[in-house]
Design a protein. Structure first.
Length: 480
C-alpha cells in the first residue's frame, strides 16, 4: 500500500516540484484562487507576484550571504581553527531532500492531513506552502537513515505537521500586529516557527527575571522617527556591515562594500516583504467570498513561507548581530564540527524570535545566542546523513573528503527527535527510552506555549482587534 502511494505521489507531484519553489507557488496560488471563484487572470496575477517575491527574497539572501562569507573565512583563518563540516546553507539541503521519492509521499500525507484538519475545524489554515514540506521530509528521512522504518517516520512527521498547522492559527494575531494589518489573511506553517515554544520559555524568564532590560531595547522604527536616517534600515545595515568587516580584518574598500551591501539588502527586504501581501489579495478575497456563500462566512488563513514578515527590520538586525555570535560559538562549542558559512544569515532562527518577543530586539539577540548551539549541534549530527544522501543524488555538491550540512537548518529539535527515534528502532533501547521522554516533553512544552499564545490572543481581542474566536482562550478564569 505504501509503495502504491509513494509511486502515485511522484506521478502526481514530481513534474510540478521539478520546476522549483517560485513556479510551484505560482501554480498552487493561481489554481487555489481560481478554484474558489477568482477570475483566472486575477488569480494568475497573484501567483506571479508571489513567485516574484520568493525570487526576490532568495536573491537578496544569497547576496547578503555571499557578501559575508569572505569576512567570515578570513576571521577563521586568522584564528587558526578548523572545523571539518562544510556549511552549504539551506538550498543544497532542499535539493537533496527533494531528490528522494519519499518527499512527494510525505507531501501527499501532509496535504491530506491539512484537508482533514480543515474539515474537522481543527484549524482554519490552508497550507499552500507546499515547497517547504521538504523540512518535514528531511526530518523523516533523517529518522530512516538512523534506523526508523517508513511507517514510524511518517507518524512522527504527521504529529509534527499537525502541531505546526495548529501553531499557524495561534500566531495569526501576532502576524497581524507586527504587520499592522488586521485584515490580511497571511500566516505561516514554516517549520522554523516550531522553535516558538523553546523561545517562549526563555521569553518568560526575561519577563520574570530581567523585565528591566526592555527599557534599553532598540526599536528601529521608533529610532528612525526620532533621528531619521541614523535609525533607518540603511544605517543599521551600514553599522553591521562595518562590524562584520572589522571582525574579518577586511581592507577598507571591502568594508565599505560590505556595509553598503548590507544596507541595500535590509532596505530591499522591507520592500519585497510588501509584495507578499499584494500577492495573496486575490486569493484572500476569493476565499472570503467563497466562505460567505458556502460556509456561513467561516474565516480562513493562508499558510505561506515566512518572508511576508521580512519587512520588519528587527529580523535583519538580529540576523546580522547573531552572525558573528554564531561564528564565535561555533569555534568553542563542544561537539560542534560545522563552520557557519552558507547559513551565517540565520533565517532559520530569527523569524520565530520575532514572533515570540514581538520585535524586542535585545531579547531576540540574547535568546537567539542561547539557542544557536541547538542548530549547530543538529547540523553536526545530521552531516553524515546529508553527505551520504548528496553523494547519491548530487555528488558534485560534496567537496572532496568533507562532510556537508547546514548551520541553521530549521527544526533542530525535530531533528533530535528523529535521530532518537531512528537509533531506538535500530535496537538501542536507551535511545528509544530517551525518544519517549523527549516526545512527551516536546508535547507538554507545546501545550504550555499554546496556552500562553491563547492568552496573548485574548488580550488582542480585549484591545478591540479583530481576532478569530478559535484562537482565543475561552476559559475566562485561565485568562486572568
Amino acid at each position: 500500500m505504501l509503495d502504491f502511494l509513494i509511486h502515485w505521489s511522484n506521478v502526481i507531484f514530481k513534474p510540478i516540484i521539478d520546476l522549483g519553489a517560485a513556479p510551484i507557488m505560482l501554480i498552487v496560488l493561481t489554481l487555489i484562487a481560481w478554484a474558489v471563484g477568482v477570475n483566472f487572470f486575477h488569480a494568475l496575477e497573484g501567483g506571479i507576484k508571489l513567485a516574484i517575491a520568493l525570487t526576490g527574497i532568495s536573491s537578496i539572501i544569497n547576496l547578503l550571504t555571499n557578501a559575508f562569507q569572505p569576512a567570515v573565512v578570513a576571521f577563521v583563518k586568522a584564528t587558526g581553527l578548523h572545523l571539518g563540516t562544510t556549511d552549504l546553507g539551506w538550498a543544497p539541503l532542499a535539493t537533496i531532500t527533494w531528490g528522494s521519492p519519499y518527499t512527494l509521499f510525505f507531501l501527499l500525507i501532509i496535504v491530506i492531513v491539512n484537508i482533514i484538519m480543515l474539515t474537522l475545524k481543527v484549524t482554519d489554515t490552508l497550507d499552500v506552502d507546499i515547497f517547504d514540506i521538504w523540512h518535514l521530509s528531511f526530518t523523516a528521512l533523517l529518522a530512516i537513515y538512523f534506523g526508523a522504518n517508513l511507517l514510524t517516520a511518517s507518524i512522527l512527521i504527521i504529529f509534527i505537521g499537525v502541531l505546526k498547522i495548529i501553531n499557524s492559527d495561534l500566531m495569526k494575531p501576532t502576524f497581524n500586529d507586527l504587520l499592522d494589518n488586521w485584515d490580511n489573511p497571511m500566516t505561516s506553517t514554516h517549520l522554523n516557527y516550531m522553535m516558538n515554544p523553546i523561545i517562549m520559555v526563555f521569553n518568560k524568564i526575561f519577563d520574570v527575571v530581567f523585565p528591566w532590560l526592555d527599557k534599553y531595547d532598540f526599536d528601529a522604527a521608533k529610532l528612525n522617527e526620532k533621528i531619521g536616517f541614523w535609525g533607518s534600515r540603511f544605517a543599521i545595515g551600514v553599522y553591521l556591515g562595518i562590524f562584520i568587516g572589522l571582525l574579518g580584518r577586511q581592507p577598507i574598500g571591502n568594508i565599505f562594500t560590505l556595509a553598503f551591501t548590507a544596507a541595500t539588502c535590509l532596505e530591499l527586504f522591507s520592500i519585497i516583504g510588501s509584495w507578499f501581501i499584494a500577492s495573496v489579495e486575490p486569493l484572500s478575497q476569493g476565499i472570503t467570498d467563497f466562505a460567505t456563500k458556502h460556509l456561513n462566512g467561516r474565516v480562513f488563513n493562508i499558510g505561506l513561507d515566512w518572508p511576508f514578515i521580512a519587512g520588519r527590520a528587527e529580523v535583519w538586525a538580529a540576523c546580522n548581530v547573531m552572525a558573528p555570535i554564531m561564528l564565535l560559538e561555533a569555534l568553542v562549542l563542544p561537539g560542534n564540527t560545522i563552520l557557519p558559512l552558507g547559513g551565517i544569515i540565520g533565517m532559520g532562527v530569527a523569524p520565530a524570535l520575532l514572533i515570540v518577543t514581538r520585535g524586542r530586539l535585545l531579547r531576540m539577540i540574547i535568546i537567539g545566542a542561547i539557542e544557536l548551539p541547538l542548530f549547530l549541534w543538529a547540523g553536526t549530527l545530521s552531516a553524515p546523513f546529508v553527505t551520504k544522501t548528496a553523494l547519491k543524488i548530487a555528488p558534485k555538491m560534496v567537496p572532496a573528503h568533507a562532510l556537508i550540512s547546514s548551520s541553521t537548518k530549521e527544526g533542530p529539535i525535530e531533528q533530535f527527535l528523529a535521530i532518537l527515534l531512528g537509533k531506538g528502532q535500530a535496537g538501542d533501547m536507551k535511545m528509544l527510552m530517551f525518544f519517549a521522554l523527549a516526545i512527551v516533553a516536546y508535547t507538554l512544552v507545546f501545550l504550555w506555549y499554546r496556552h500562553e499564545m491563547l492568552k496573548r490572543n485574548t488580550e488582542y481581542a480585549k484591545q478591540g482587534f479583530k481576532v478569530n474566536p478559535d484562537v482565543m482562550l475561552k476559559d475566562k478564569a485561565a485568562a486572568k
